[in-house]
Design a binder for this molecule. Sequence first.
Ligand code: SF4
Length: 677
Amino acid sequence: MEYKNVLTVCPYCGCGCNFYLQVLDGELVGVLPCKSHVVSQGKLCIKGWNASDFVVSKERLTKPLMKKNGKFIEISWDEALDVVAKKLKQYSPDFVATLSSAKCTNEENYLMMKFARAVLKTNSVDHCARLCHASTVVGLVKTFGSGAMTNSIGELEDANCIFVIGSNTTEQHPLIARYIMRAKEKGAKLIVADPRLIPLTQFANYHLRHRPGTDVALINGLMNIILSEGLEDKEFIKGRTEGFGELKKVVEKYTPEYVEKITSVPKELLIKAARMYAEAKSSSVVYSMGITQHTTGVDNVVSCANLAMLTGNVGKPSTGVNPLRGQVNVQGACDLGALPNVYSGYQSVADENIRAKFEKAWKTKLPQNLGLTVVEMINEAAKGNLKAMYIMGENPMLSDPDINHVKKGLKNLGFLVVQDIFLTETAQLADVVLPGASYAEKDGTFTATDRRVQKIRKAIDPVGESKPDWQIICELAQKMGSHGFEYSSPAEIMEEIASVTPIYGGMVYERLEDIGLQWPCPSKEHPGTPYLHKGKFSRGKGKFFGIEFKEAAELPDDEYPFILTTGRTIFHFHTGTMTRKSEALNREVPTGYVEINFKDAKELDIIDGEMISVQSRRGKIEIKARITERVPQKVIFIPFHFAENAANVLTNPALDPVAKIPEYKVCAAKVEKIEKV
Ligand code: SF4
């Protein structure tokens, strides 16, 4: 018998926990935590403990598939790649688009964006960051010059005050919540702003239970109090920022009384929370999709940045603005340019010099026009303006808003190729399906939410005939007659990444063996950067913006009297593609549910566990009622993992005008009892 432990990174959330995959005679048999890891320190959440289940699922794709007469048949790799190459070549650049993946490695994301730009000649490459943290990238670049978590996860432990807004940290980033709890034990103050009662609220000094979608007003209110009580950091504002006058002018009218009216948070609570945040020696803002997934997503992010700068809480340990990234490599997929407007390292496609640099490195002419974002791709497909898509490791049939519309768009394509490890809801609509290898079956790197680039290591051979995604992209590019895809390993791809991407300039595999490196890491000698903006912001001075509050795109009315908000549970992950293959996780939460306040349930004569109907202007689902105090009256919450009662049938595809992120967190809905016949 041969047994080995292979150190790797958990494939789920952006915490970047490390564990060992246990391999017995070439078979994956389990997971063991890694005590020496800088973040996880021998702990894992329940998803991490069960992260080997889906790898060995009988449902894994093992051969390429092609649809004939409405049914999939197995075909050889050669045939599959021939068909895909021939079909993709048929369409001119304006008619093709690709989706890259936050579940794939940095090297694979780099290759997918290179494939889109250098082979298909389109900048229409995007991925699910559009649906979760596009507002972060835009908002923090505007204010600070860098669109990522400013500080490191471990630093949270030494913060004196932590302000968590729009992040159910305990359930979505459990190992980060551990640092928040440690800070509490050391005496830190905790303020939580969330419409729901989440696990963290029971430990909070103050819970600001604001109406969904009123974050800008809430933060303006906090800043109004800070300014009227003279608690701002005058020296920091003078020396390190610009635009303060504009902010001050806007914030003036957001008095505690006015903000109470908008948000429903009592003014006394607002005053206490503002003082607590401003008076602490080091205060850290932690946020997630409760902030970003709004038509005002960028405004919300900029407001968080305003608050931190106003009190001088940037550029120092245990402070900052800390967006928690949802998927294991969503940070990396952004860093590596799987976005329609930037190459790797956020280098602008519109900048002629940058484009010339990539043309020289890749030895080809590159497109100039900015590409389409995720939701725009679907809209254009539905209108017949987009004809072909190559989707790697994404499942828009569950993850995108207004699924009925997504289905229409994807079905309207002339050709759809999906590369994945399972026959997802999206893959079922494909013409060709290419079987990818899972994280346990390949080498590469993932970048955690705090910009830490870490190695993943191959523990077992890919199942069946599946192949690592980087290899598939290279073979396809070669089939299409393109050069520059002749890599022998992910390490070689990383060498190219380092050569064209300044923030990854010092990333070479030998340096990533131990605890990885945090970008920016511009040279082979650079030690990496635990916290950003020390002494100087990436953009020079930090910039304040005065932001006026705007209501969500769709508000409740007589016909649709509830606010629907969506999110995750600790037991499942995104579209459930991986976690729903785990017996243990399925046992905990086998299907979807809607949280409804007990008073609303009483009024509607709904009992706990009963199947009810939830409807919005876009669709209707039937789902089990969970009667609870977690949601306030007239607010309902649905986790979005479950295809059988998909929350995104209901959600509003209205977009933030700049980041183009949809408003998953607020839409109008009605709840009805299902009458028995
Ligand atoms: Fe994996 Fe995130 Fe859980 Fe850590 S906290 S074990 S990275 S899912």
